[in-house]
Design a protein around this ligand. Structure first.
Ligand code: PLP
Length: 371
């Protein structure tokens, strides 16, 4: 049976059963669940390759040039994951014993095992933004004085779009202000732009405009862009020597990685503008959720492809909601005891988004109907 990519991999019966389960399950766990299309796989299979650790892989080189140009920076480096590009970035800007400032819900602080501490001996100073958005005046007193008691403050990290913030786009002027303040005070700036292209497509503000405020930017190809693997760290030419050293240290030196880079290139060339469709399907789901008693969109406005909603405690827990939805054919993840996250992506059609919304309403009614 051909799968959604139009491939016929010659499946066993058990696998066909699994495939059928997959096709009826609306998978909103993450935009990382996307699979490469036949055309992307073809581009990957046909990619010219070389040993990117000994010297250079031509397809990796091509991708690095393309993403650097798109972000208006001189240089870029391909790595296996967004976690690695973020961790190489903080390593690049800081020395052991230094501190960086970040928003308390950000990925670097919450979802990378504190890699900055484990791998680079750094401390993080977290600041809770309003709706995940930090303001310059919250940061002004956070730079430690230069004395024997204190760590050195070196770096500010922002995240756009903000994942735990429900895919919010940071206000452009706010980003410019924080980065200007940071640079005036001798701090470096890094953008975790795992979903920067979602912000670009939704805001109409180009990637290079966002990027110009930062010393480094990381981009994920394996989220909404739909490539199977990969991330890029973009910055100045003189950072490349250290970036390569840190990447190798963290285990990210890859050999014929042009096969992976070709998927990322295909995604960049063909699957950026279509992110607007994911924002539309997210709004369809959000509209369904917003009509349910005791369910609250947080944030209320859905900027991009992430929908987070809170369920009043007396109705059910997020886990109970997720379990019941899974039974009904919608796969979402609990994000706290009360919060559920749904993420749309290139496999989710408007019809599926409508169905997911209806199923969420139905399951909610079952919980609401209970005494
Ligand atoms: C997914 C993600 C990353 C990187 O995750 P990997 O799975 O390591 O590629 C970084 N930042 C944000 C905001 C993310 O959502």
């Amino acid at each position: 049976m051909p799968n959604s990519n139009g491939n016929d991999p010659g499946l066993t019966e058990a696998e066909i059963d699994q495939e059928e389960t997959d096709t009826i399950m609306i998978d909103l766990r993450s935009d990382t669940v996307t699979e490469p299309s036949a055309a992307m796989r073809q581009a990957m299979a046909a990619a010219p390759v070389g040993d990117d650790v000994i010297d250079v892989d031509p397809t990796v080189e091509k991708l690095q040039c393309a993403i650097a140009e798109r972000l208006g920076k001189p240089a870029a480096m391909f790595m296996p994951s967004g976690t690695m590009t973020n961790q190489v970035a903080v390593r690049l800007h800081c020395r052991p014993g230094d501190e960086f400032i970040c928003e308390s819900g950000c990925h670097i602080y919450n979802y990378e095992q504190g890699g900055f501490a484990q791998l680079s001996g750094l401390v993080a100073k977290t600041v809770t933004g309003s709706g995940s958005v930090m303001k310059t005046d919250q940061l002004e007193d956070l730079i430690h004085p230069d004395n024997e008691h204190a760590v050195h403050t070196r770096l500010v990290c922002l995240e756009n779009t903000h994942n735990r913030g429900g895919g919010v786009i940071l206000p452009y002027q706010g980003v410019a202000d924080i980065c200007q303040w940071a640079h005036q005070n001798g701090l470096k700036t890094h953008l975790d732009g795992a979903r920067l292209f979602n912000a670009v497509v939704a805001s109409g503000i180009e990637a290079d405009q966002w990027a110009q405020h930062f010393d480094t930017v990381s981009i994920c190809f394996s989220k909404g862009l739909g490539a199977p693997v990969g991330s890029a760290l973009v910055g100045e030419q003189e950072m490349i020597y250290d970036m390569r050293r840190h990447r190798k240290l963290f285990g990210g030196g890859m050999r014929q990685s042009g096969i992976l880079a070709a998927g990322a290139l295909y995604a960049m060339e063909n699957q950026v503008d279509r992110l607007a469709e994911d924002h539309e399907t997210a709004r369809i789901i959000a509209a369904a959720v917003s009509g349910i008693d005791g369910f609250h969109l947080e944030p209320e406005q859905v900027d991009t492809n992430i929908v987070i909603f809170r369920i009043d405690r007396e109705i059910c827990s997020a886990q109970e909601m997720c379990d019941a939805l899974h039974q009904a054919g919608v796969w979402v993840l609990p994000f706290s005891r009360e919060h559920v996250r749904a993420v749309t992506h290139l496999h989710i059609t408007p019809e599926q988004a409508e169905s997911a919304g209806q199923l969420i309403q139905q399951v909610a009614q079952e919980f609401l109907g209970q005494p």
